[in-house]
Ligand binder design. Structure first.
Ligand code: FES
Length: 151
């Protein structure tokens, strides 16, 4: 076990964990940030998506020892100072979620896409978002919300 300091949503957090503890479990079990979800634990479903230096990554696949090098943003930190992003507003307006379980991961992937590609095409959206699975098949509304936020 070692002590690690992580920069998450603009705040430093110190945790004691073994090197290979996935960031997902640090967020959920050590820090109580349960907005980031556990789905498959194998890097397949995207439910655990967070940003590392603005890039969407699978927190179930990133060991804590590799997470100290940059700024982590979770769904709890997506709205700055409590102000929803335009993407989050469109998500609400278009009633995107159904059961909701995958939605934090969807939002993190979509927001990273918009930061990199402000006006993505359908193909770019589908390509990036194909790594985030939704058992309720909200894909059409997700695409609509991303387009609406890009306007
Ligand atoms: Fe990480 Fe499924 S829980 S990709």
């Amino acid at each position: 076990m070692k002590s690690y300091t992580l920069l998450i949503n603009g705040q430093k957090h110190s945790v004691i964990a073994s090197d290979d503890t996935p960031l997902l479990w640090i967020l959920r079990d050590h820090l109580g940030m349960v907005g980031t979800k556990y789905g498959c634990g194998k890097g397949i479903c995207g439910a655990c998506t967070v940003h590392l230096n603005g890039v969407a990554i699978r927190s179930c696949q990133l060991p804590v020892s590799a997470a100290t090098s940059g700024e982590i943003t979770t769904i709890e930190g997506l709205a700055k100072n409590g102000k929803l992003t335009s993407l989050q507003k469109q998500w609400i307006k278009l009633d995107v979620p159904q059961c909701g379980y995958c939605q934090s991961g969807q939002l993190m992937s979509a927001s990273a896409l918009l930061a990199r590609t402000p006006k993505p095409s359908d193909g770019e959206i589908d390509s990036v978002m194909s790594g985030n699975l939704c058992r309720c098949a909200t894909y059409t509304r997700i695409r609509q919300a991303i387009h609406a936020a890009a306007e």
